[in-house]
Design a protein around this ligand. Structure first.
Ligand SMILES: NC(=O)c1ccc[n+]([C@@H]2O[C@H](COP(=O)([O-])OP(=O)(O)OC[C@H]3O[C@@H](n4cnc5c(N)ncnc54)[C@H](O)[C@@H]3O)[C@@H](O)[C@H]2O)c1
Length: 361
């Protein structure tokens, strides 16, 4: 029987969530609120995009909202002191591969030093029992092979963003073993997932948001890497996995110092970029018009990985976690979310009903 996060664990817990104003953070804030946790958010000032899900759905109602930079140690210590969190879920990052090629130093700085500083803040705050660092499927050394990657495989990264996530993993594991292995500090885990979809993502350079913008403005859209396989999943799948991994970590009788978890679609259930485009177009009546960019040229320009799959067997066996919605359902829900918002439906009602139905299924 597939499980969802456990209300009894989360009820009354204080969770310090970094990146709460981002796409994943907004969905995580609402899921944690639904589970009865108190959410303390820490993110950069201002919205991540215009529009943004956090603002559009009015999620600040449910969050003790703090703003600052994760690299600012004194700002972090202040919010940790105020919040006295039981759990830290660190999502804040520069999350875009292409922006990483334009701003490599900033990407490395936020994504690596941000993790180091969060872990040092956790070290200084005795209330923290578990800290989960969100990295990415791109943390693995991508050998362009057909087999999915398991948690114990080599870290790597052929572009600055991927390298930043591989390095974030190495730093997390090193800090966990150096500073927290004697059992006095929090238990540290890293959590790895791939591309997520869901309503309310308006970031540049992501497939469904790009399709939605083109549909909305009746434009043609250039889509790169049509045959690239990405582990598409609804954002609630990895978010629920992160929470279940935290529950598992908190509940274990013994702890060996560090653990990591993959969350991805069931192997074989992945789709290519072109297949996602086709599901989207079928739902909205054949639109928008798509121009598939020349793959070889773009691959060499952008050095993006062609095939990347994570193996979620460990989460399935040890957490009873499994994707609840297959690719097609996730793409359908996501497309309908945007279409309904464009038709005037309330963003909060749409997010809230999806979170409730996810937790109820
Ligand atoms: N969205 C995806 O498909 C995807 C896939 C794999 C991994 N991830 C990872 O999940 C996490 C969340 O991604 P997202 O898509 O929600 O990103 P997002 O861009 O929507 O949100 C990023 C969040 O991080 C905050 N942030 C960024 N830099 C910061 C800084 N220096 N100090 C404080 N806060 C800062 C932003 O304010 C925002 O709240 C990231 O770690 C990302 O690498 C995302």
């Amino acid at each position: 029987m597939v499980k969802v996060p456990n209300h009894a664990f989360w009820k009354g817990k204080t969770v310090l969530l970094t990146g709460h104003t981002g796409f994943k953070g907004a969905w995580a804030s609402l899921m944690l609120h639904e589970l009865g946790a108190k959410v303390v958010g820490f993110s950069l000032p201002g919205p991540v995009t215009t529009p943004d899900l956090y603002g559009a759905a009015g999620l600040s109602r449910f969050v003790d909202d703090h703003r600052g930079d994760v690299r600012d140690e004194s700002a972090l210590l202040k919010v940790f002191n105020l919040a006295q969190p039981d759990v830290v879920l660190h999502m804040a990052a520069q999350p875009l591969v292409r922006l990483g090629l334009v701003e490599p130093i900033e990407t490395l700085d936020v994504n690596i030093m941000g993790v180091a500083k969060i872990l040092m803040a956790c070290k200084a705050q005795p209330s923290v029992r578990v800290v989960a660092i969100v990295t990415s499927d791109k943390c693995y050394e991508n050998r362009e092979r057909v087999w999915p990657y398991r948690e114990d495989e080599a870290m790597g990264g052929k572009d600055p963003y991927s390298a930043s996530k591989g390095c974030a993993e190495i730093v997390t594991s090193a800090f966990a073993r150096s500073f927290f292995s004697d059992g006095s500090g929090p238990r540290v885990i890293s959590v790895r997932a791939g591309n997520v979809i869901g309503g309310g993502d308006w970031a540049e350079d992501r497939l469904i948001p790009d399709l939605v913008r083109a549909y909305q403005n009746s434009n043609e859209v250039e889509i790169r890497s049509p045959s690239a396989v990405r582990p598409w999943q609804h954002v609630l799948e990895p978010v629920s996995g992160y929470l279940m991994a935290i529950e598992n970590t908190a509940g274990r009788a013994s702890w060996s110092g560090f653990d990591s978890w993959n969350f991805g679609p069931t192997p074989g259930g992945e789709m290519t970029v072109a297949e996602v485009v086709s599901v989207f177009q079928n739902i909205v009546g054949g639109l928008p018009k798509v121009n598939f960019a020349k793959e070889a040229e773009l691959q060499s320009q952008r050095k993006e990985a062609g095939i990347l799959r994570v193996d979620p067997t460990k989460a399935k066996v040890e957490l009873n976690w499994s994707p609840r919605w297959d690719n097609e359902t996730a793409i359908k829900l996501t497309t309908e979310w945007y279409v309904n918002v464009l038709r005037g439906q309330d963003a909060f009602d749409l997010v809230s009903s999806e979170v409730k139905s996810f937790l109820a299924c």
